[in-house]
Design a protein around this ligand. Structure first.
Ligand code: ADP
Ligand code: ZN
Length: 434
């Protein structure tokens, strides 16, 4: 079901007109009410009156994560603080947290974006949504919560962790959709097996997963293990939280809620916009946000825009499943490697689990980056026969070499020895001191 056909299936030309009107208002407003933006626009020699069409957005300066850190806590506020009703902060995967402050209307827009997302995954008011994203400052928990409430579904606000109870409630309350990070969905499946619980027989039909990079291979694994459809949802704290873009039943890229969040793709090295279909860094402008509006925020996430119309009837442009983020990209002996490429290769190798960690360090003698890949051997494959393990190790080495183009140091580790996560997993351990 399409939650808001009027907005989601709107004629593209009239959507563009609306986007331009919103952009114009936004630029005027932040220029006059947020000293940070005034200084930025002045330094770039830009006045709100210079924005004469939607494409003129490219004249505006970018906002970056370090701008957000420097203006912590309230430097980007565009309304009186009394109008703020909720605060969230990023999980800090890559450093100091950044703040998002919401007015009542901002919360309503967020709920709308997430209600559309849940509908994309096939949910409606008769569904029971078990929300296993962490509640708190992290946007995952409250984002799904606000959206499920708007949809009129029954919400089980269990938060992350307590896996036995998660599985019990799924059965007792007839959970039809659950939401969490993909790594937690995998961990739940593993724990259920240990507990002798058959998750395939649970009433769950679908899962909504996001907040961290995950590959198509992991999607297949989750879908098989759980006997559900696994949907991708994208978002980031700075731009409201989850629900910025979501998958529909065709699962061919994520529809961007373009009437709320205006997407661009830029070349991360030059900052120049690239055409739809070209891979680059995703940039967002919050068209309706009141509390902490962002102009051309550089997400550091890598994807491309799919401009073709989707068979579902929504006219919003889609983004391809995320390739990773520029901060996660490793440059190993000159070759760019994303953890998601490693994950995709691992799921195809028999005898190992897609549980892995990449330890990056700098060689003291050569000053080059060294990466060691730790891979968990599956329980069934684990034996004390050194020669079996050696042949598995060299198989992984060969697969990585052919998929990535470089040799990684491969270390096999015992089953279940890599730490499990109920939230975002940590795949890269960076020991380099800069
Ligand atoms: P942090 O930067 O501290 O992790 P957030 O909790 O706001 O802060 O996480 C947002 C980031 O999570 C995004 O910028 C993106 O890198 C990642 N992310 C969110 N959803 C997805 C998804 N569906 N696929 C891949 N990465 C995602
Ligand atoms: Zn669609």
């Amino acid at each position: 079901m399409i939650f808001n056909p009027q907005k989601e299936c709107e004629n593209k030309e009239s959507r563009k007109k609306m986007q331009f009107a919103l952009l114009k208002n936004l630029v005027e407003h932040v220029y006059n009410s947020v000293p940070f933006y005034k200084a930025k626009f002045d330094a770039a020699g830009i006045k709100p009156a210079d924005i004469k069409c939607l494409e003129d957005i490219a004249k505006l300066p970018f906002t970056t994560k370090s701008d957000l850190r420097e203006t912590y806590p309230y430097g980007l506020l565009a309304v009186p603080q009394a109008d703020i009703v909720e605060i969230h902060m990023s999980s800090g995967t890559t450093g100091t947290p950044v703040v998002d402050a919401y007015t009542e209307r901002d919360l309503d827009d967020w709920a709308e974006a997430m209600a559309r997302t849940l509908s994309g995954a096939g949910a409606c008011h008769t569904d029971t949504v078990q929300n296993a994203y962490g509640y708190g400052l992290f946007t995952g928990g409250m984002g799904v919560h606000h959206g499920a409430k708007k949809l009129g579904a029954t919400i089980i606000p269990i938060s992350s962790g307590n896996t036995e109870k998660q599985l019990m409630l799924m059965r007792d309350f007839n959970t039809t959709l659950f939401s969490c990070t993909p790594s937690y969905a995998m961990y739940m499946a593993e724990r259920a097996k240990e507990l002798g619980i058959d998750i395939k027989s649970l009433p769950v039909r679908a899962g909504l997963f996001g907040a961290e990079p995950w590959s198509e291979g992991i999607r297949k694994k989750i879908e098989e293990d759980w006997n559900i459809k696994a949907y991708d949802v994208y978002g980031l704290t700075e731009i409201t939280g989850p629900g910025v873009a979501f998958e529909c039943e065709y699962q061919a890229g994520m529809h961007v809620n373009e009437d709320l969040f205006y997407p661009e793709i830029i070349n991360p090295d030059t900052g120049e916009p690239v055409p739809d279909g070209t891979k680059g860094e995703l940039v967002f402008t919050t068209l309706t946000k009141q509390g902490t509006p962002l102009i051309r925020y550089r997400t550091r996430d890598i994807t491309f825009i799919i401009p073709e119309e989707c068979s579902c009837g929504r006219t919003t442009r889609r983004i391809h499943r995320l390739f990773g983020r520029t901060d996660d990209m490793l440059i190993i002996r000159g070759v760019n490697v994303f953890p998601s490429q490693i994950e995709n290769a691992l799921v195809e190798i028999h005898g190992v689990e897609p549980n892995y960690q990449i330890i990056v360090d700098r060689n003291a003698q050569t000053h080059l980056d060294d990466a060691e890949l730790h891979v968990e051997v599956s329980e069934s494959q684990f034996s004390d026969e050194t020669k079996d393990l050696e042949s598995l190790r060299s198989k992984i080495d060969n697969v990585m070499k052919s998929k990535l183009g470089i040799h990684l140091k491969i270390k096999l580790v015992e089953p279940k020895s890599i730490e499990r996560s109920t939230g975002k997993s940590k795949r890269v351990i960076d020991k380099r001191t800069y």
